[in-house]
Design a protein around this ligand. Structure first.
Ligand SMILES: C[S@@+](CC[C@H](N)C(=O)[O-])C[C@H]1O[C@@H](n2cnc3c(N)ncnc32)[C@H](O)[C@@H]1O
Length: 185
């Protein structure tokens, strides 16, 4: 996707709005019941809707910079029993509306490659993560992940003070993705 706008948001939501990677990665992520969970580039909010029942005492934020995408996310949340607990805000990864060291778990699912400035976005995530917090990154495509793309990703992380703790491949039918659990270095 070269340009994220209202038309792209409608297309994405219709075709991939409940894409299996969101469900697979949310289910594979450990989370405390009172965690502060943030989904950066949340799209339709499907990962947050999926994890919400496991975070009954926590706080859930979904950020995306495309107004139409957030409208769709709010609409889908309104039809979900836990949806009212998700706070959606218009925000790019590069400028997250959160205090320093305030998040336990940050999701970045199939979004980093769409950011205008990956380094700035990852720095923001590092800023908002608590010292023991985790960033979970998902990219479409299973293991082994392309060597060049993986090298670039690891360099981006390293530059911003984050490191990979665990890498896993997830799959369902013909959908595959790779998930990296990262921490502050
Ligand atoms: C491929 S979609 C993935 C959406 C969702 N995370 C998922 O996995 O279904 C990419 C998302 O990144 C968002 N995006 C684009 N530029 C962004 C930026 N600078 N910061 C954060 N998100 C951005 C898009 O609006 C879109 O919702």
């Amino acid at each position: 996707m070269n340009e994220w706008n209202a038309e792209a948001a409608e297309w994405y939501a219709a075709k991939y709005g409940e894409y299996a990677t969101n469900r697979l990665a949310a289910d594979a992520t450990e989370v405390a019941p009172d965690a502060v969970v943030v989904d950066v580039g949340c799209g339709t909010g499907s990962a947050l809707r999926r994890i919400a029942p496991r975070v009954p005492d926590g706080t859930l934020f979904g950020f995306d910079p495309i107004p139409r995408m957030l409208e769709i996310a709010k609409q889908r949340a309104s039809e979900d029993p836990n949806g009212h607990r998700i706070g959606f805000r218009l925000a790019p990864a590069e400028r997250l509306p959160l205090e320093d060291a305030s998040a336990d778990l940050v999701f970045a699912f199939d979004t980093i490659d769409h950011w205008r400035d990956k380094t700035a976005g990852l720095r923001e995530i590092r800023r908002v993560l608590r010292p023991e917090g985790r960033l979970v990154v998902v990219k479409d495509g299973g293991l082994p992940f392309g060597a060049e793309a993986k090298r670039e990703f690891l360099e981006d992380l390293d530059r911003t003070g984050l490191k990979v703790m665990r890498e896993s491949g997830l799959a369902e039918d013909d959908v595959t993705c790779t998930m990296w659990v990262c921490r502050v270095a």
